[in-house]
Design a protein around this ligand. Sequence first.
Ligand SMILES: Cc1ncc(C[n+]2csc(CCOP(=O)(O)OP(=O)(O)O)c2C)c(N)n1
Ligand SMILES: [Mg+2]
Length: 605
Amino acid sequence: MAPGSGGQNPDVATLVADYVLARLREWGVHRIFGYPGDGINGFLGALDRADGDPELVQVRHEEASAFMACGHAKFTGEVGVCLATSGPGAIHLLNGLYDARLDHQPVVAIVGQQKRMSLGSHYQQEVDLPTLFKDVSEYVQVCMDPAQARHLVDRAVRIALDRRAVTTLVFPNDVQEEEAVESPPRQHGAVFSGVGHARPRVLPLDEDLDRAAAVLNEGNRVAILVGQGALDAADEVVQVADVLGAGVAKALLGRAVLPDDLPYVTGSIGLLGTRPSYELMRDCDTLLMVGSSFPYAEWLPEEGQARGVQVDIDGRMLGIRYPMEVNLVGDSQATLQALLPRLQRKEEREWRERIERRVADWRRLVEERAMLDADGINPQRVVWELNRCLPDDAIVAADSGSSTVWWARTLRLRKGMSASVSGTLATMGCAVPYAIAAKLAHPHRPVVAFVGDGAFQMNGMNELLTAAKYRGRWSDPRLVFCVFNNRDLNMVTWEQRALAGDPKYPASQQIPDFPAARFAELVGLHGIKVDDPDDVAGAWEEAFSSDRPTVLEAVVDPEVPPLPPHVDFEQMTNLAAALVKGDPERTNVMARSLREKLLELLPGR
Ligand SMILES: Cc1ncc(C[n+]2csc(CCOP(=O)(O)OP(=O)(O)O)c2C)c(N)n1
Ligand SMILES: [Mg+2]
């Protein structure tokens, strides 16, 4: 349907809302995640008339629609669009929009508003939306005139894509239902915008590439850190790592850049990361950072220890984590391609071999830790068994909690897989909506979500209803929500112990033992509950061969420590203090933490 053709019914005049949808369609938007309200009645009517293009995906809570828009962007590279009514609906969007903003995802939010004539009167559901959305949005505008709609849509989508940012359009409900103006009158003040955005190829200047190459060539022990900005530069990262004899660590959002089976890939970095990543940064003399804004400086080399080169498409993100010697604004792929002919192959391979030995040793340790018994199931075992049967083209999303640690550390990604988390906002509640958005976008790929029981109770269980609502369209039903039932807000419990030196505080930490698998059955999905480690492998097989989306509820031991890869003296002292102060689980905590650490000290390590 051409913009403004008035939908399917020729008797219905083209309204502003119809026009906006048609314009979004021209921009390639075919799915909008949203929830109704009379503030967007005009859009609901228009969506009905649009007859499924764009389709409305109806969620349980507006926050989920923003998470889904963000997840759609993360797993497709396209702009994600969400829709909410005025006042409360708009407010509910915010956390999901901040998730997109902080992880640099292109998302457009469309929100309703009261009629123009009521604004400023303390009217019902009247909220100052431009002010409310100002911080989260790169661009926020209210459509006060039908003639504005065209350039507002064009700018909102283009800015979202170009800046990889959130943009927000506010439509008073009377404007939505006014007759559309496709082409503004040819008079002073009118603007005539167009559709289309092409990603540029951004390359640093030759002299800066030369400087970068000199730093990398002069180094003896090169470490590479990749983030999501390197997702389309996998081959180039491999080649650069090979020439430089370097190891490659991955920030959380860059986990899918390289598979975990390459011998020099040290895996995730940071508190949730691996020991070889920690050692890579500790021992390197040169750091090449590509497409990452990994925030924690204490996991990077010490200032002065290494010379640095950074590549980022966004110049604002350069030199803010480590004082780099050469800061290159550029596409990761094009920039690495341009660097490669300037790099000299390092003939001395001792550094690379050292990294590979550490990686191999770490992988054995991860398996051994996963196989340790526990009270209930060791959560690492759940992920280890998944490694054995995870289909090739799987998409794996994780929530925020201790399961993020197992996702980051124990889950082994192979070529062709995709993965994401709420990397920078680190918000709870993202995994289930991300997974649903991924399945809608890639119905033939298997999708797995790691969800803590706290996150499941917070919002995940509600969105199971959304999965149940749409499951009929998936001929490949492989969508598995793995719920880690530990009756605890475990990540924070451990943070209290190791960072604050406080014992577990049951009033804030313990949560109800909720029957997630039974709940899944109740809403028409498949539910599997496992509490015996020997049943985990079979449970995964069953989940992947089920005829419908499945909740795999694993009853796991909350006292298995999500230990950081390197425990410093202060963390140990804090943990000891927490236990002395009377942690209700001190016996188990002691036992499990010691065993995990002792494994590292076994002869041969
Ligand atoms: C919206 C939000 N609220 C609170 C937090 C702080 N927080 C981070 S992890 C966590 C615990 C999550 O518990 P659960 O989902 O059960 O996972 P677990 O750590 O137990 O595996 C909390 C409360 C957060 N990151 N996001
Ligand atoms: Mg929990």
